[in-house]
Design a protein around this ligand. Structure first.
Ligand SMILES: Cc1cc2nc3c(=O)[nH]c(=O)nc-3n(C[C@H](O)[C@H](O)[C@H](O)COP(=O)(O)OP(=O)(O)OC[C@H]3O[C@@H](n4cnc5c(N)ncnc54)[C@H](O)[C@@H]3O)c2cc1C
Ligand code: FES
Ligand code: FES
Length: 484
């Protein structure tokens, strides 16, 4: 059984198809059709809902953390122990919520199809910031598309509703909701089960390892932002899933003197602070990774686990020399991330083995790390090319070089010939040009709808040139890169 609060109502579910998304659950099972389906692929935000989770701050204060998610890519099993809030829950005692009033007063809606999604993103924004600046509002809304109104009135609504925010019914009930969430906090493995389909929800790494051993054919479900597409876009059925998002040990970030250890089930938005503090370019990339809804549910482990050649974090992690800890039963092994990717969607992961955590070296002043993402749009778009460079100089000579790319091969990959051209050479224009030429030996990229092979290779070379120029003139800030 799984249990969660549907706003204030306790829901206990057992006999549900685990392939059921929260969107379809709300619309078809609960009779709440306010949440809309636009794309069913995480791109439009019409299905945005807010999920509340109990959180304890460092000072011991308990509160509910509200986050926007795309309900079209969220399976019901992942609600276990949480609070689900949909657009129907905002109006209270006959009064619109302040974010809804702001949308009305700022003329933020025309046909209205996108409006519930915008309202829920605004609600999450209001809950998470006292006086959002333009950048925060933009970030909160970048995953919501509107085809008629235009974004200016909606951004105005964001400003209005968050600057003069009034306590609402959720604030008034917070203590009660915390008590109710504590009362349903999972204590054992949860399960959704319908016929021969099941999703298991372990709470510990040990239970996850046992379950994966017992069900080696299971698909691991983290944020579901990739996996759910198999159901919503390809109309497949996933007969057995194991949800890793309730395994607390895999949602932790531990800081050591020389490294960060990031649990594989840590949401991308939770990785931001730690990675941005070490490597501002990693933070910049995470800002450009999908939308806030996707970053709130998608995980770092899932971004590696899906082994996509255009996944954004792997090239950066490879250039940083990151490792992953793989767990199978009681056995653990540590692998350099670059050795994890073998061929297109083929990895070194064995049957019943899962990524437990990612080990990222801490920043050092000597290492010159930069990363760049090229995509057609700045927000919510997948890379055509993603590049990461990390070199160490000794007296102007390249003493260490790690260069990695996404979008250039069937896997995220180091550029061995390029690195060889850099190593031991003075870091100057001539060396960089030789290293650019070597990229032609490293990669034979493909042409697809994102970019042609010629564009990809030229972009990769130009990014290396850009890296070189930036290091000569560190005051130039050119990291944010979107070319149409
Ligand atoms: C609209 C949209 C925009 C996107 N934009 C970007 C983008 O800009 N950049 C980018 O890189 N990606 C992007 N993605 C892809 C996706 O969001 C990311 O890859 C995300 O990190 C996947 O994480 P997840 O937790 O949702 O993975 P899931 O979908 O839960 O899982 C993905 C795969 O990894 C496996 N897996 C999950 N956890 C583990 C584990 N611990 N051990 C082993 N295997 C595991 C799963 O079994 C599955 O095969 C986008 C997706 C969407 C829908
Ligand atoms: S329906 Fe478009 S993001 Fe979910
Ligand atoms: S108001 Fe019509 S799509 Fe936004």
């Amino acid at each position: 059984m799984i249990q969660f609060l549907l706003n204030q109502e306790l829901r206990s579910e057992h006999a549900l198809d685990p392939n059921l998304t929260v969107l379809n659950y709300l619309r078809d099972h609960v009779g709440k059709p306010g949440t809309k389906e636009g794309c069913a692929s995480g791109d439009c935000g019409a299905c945005t809902v807010v999920v509340g989770e109990l959180q304890t701050d460092d000072d011991g204060r308990e509160h509910i953390r509200y986050r926007s998610l795309n309900s079209c890519l969220t399976f019901v099993s992942s609600l276990h122990g949480k609070q689900l809030i949909s657009v129907e829950d905002l109006k209270h005692k006959g009064e619109l919520h302040s974010v809804q009033k702001a949308m009305v007063e700022c003329h933020g809606s025309q046909c209205g199809f996108c409006t519930p999604g915008f309202v829920m993103s605004l609600f999450a924004l209001q809950k998470n910031s006292d006086a959002p600046d333009h950048a925060k509002a933009h970030e909160a809304l970048a995953g919501n598309l509107c085809r008629c109104t235009g974004y200016r009135p909606i951004l105005e609504a964001a400003e209005q509703s968050c600057c003069a925010k009034q306590p609402d019914q959720f604030d008034a009930r917070e203590a009660d909701t915390i008590a109710r969430l504590k009362a349903i906090a999972p204590t054992d493995i949860g399960e959704l089960n319908s016929g021969d389909k099941r999703c298991l929800v372990p709470l510990t790494v040990a239970d996850l390892a046992d379950l994966y051993d017992a069900y080696p054919q299971a698909r691991l479900l983290a944020g579901g932002t990739d996996l759910a597409l198999e159901v919503t876009q390809f109309h497949r059925t996933l007969p057995v899933m194991i949800y890793v998002g309730n395994v607390a040990e895999m949602k932790r970030i531990d800081r050591f003197d020389d490294r960060l250890e990031i649990g594989a089930a840590t949401a991308l938005s939770d990785c931001y602070e730690a990675l941005n503090a070490e490597y501002p370019d990693f933070g910049e990339l995470l800002h450009r990774f999908a939308s806030l809804q996707i970053r709130n549910q998608g995980t770092l482990g899932g971004n590696i686990g899906n082994a996509s050649p255009i996944g954004d974090s792997p090239p950066l992690l490879i250039a940083l020399g990151a490792q992953i800890v793989l767990c199978k039963g009681e056995t653990r092994r540590t692998l350099a991330l670059e050795d994890y990717f073998i061929d297109y969607r083929v990895t070194a992961r064995q049957e019943s083995e899962f990524i437990e955590k990612i080990i990222v070296p801490r920043a050092s002043a000597e290492k010159l790390f930069r990363a760049y993402k090229i995509s057609k749009r700045l927000d919510d778009d997948i890379s055509a090319v993603c590049a990461a460079f990390n070199i160490r100089l000794e007296n102007g000579v390249v003493a260490e070089a790690r260069v990695a790319f996404g979008g250039m091969a069937a896997i995220p990959k180091r550029a061995a010939a390029c690195e060889a051209a850099l190593l031991g050479a003075p870091f100057n224009n001539a060396t960089v040009e030789r290293a650019c030429a070597a990229l032609g030996e490293d990669f034979t990229p493909l042409s697809d709808f994102r970019a042609s092979k010629e564009y990809r290779l030229l972009s990769a070379q130009n990014l290396l040139r850009k890296y070189f120029i930036e290091l000569q003139t560190p005051h130039i800030e050119t990291r944010v890169t979107a070319y149409v």
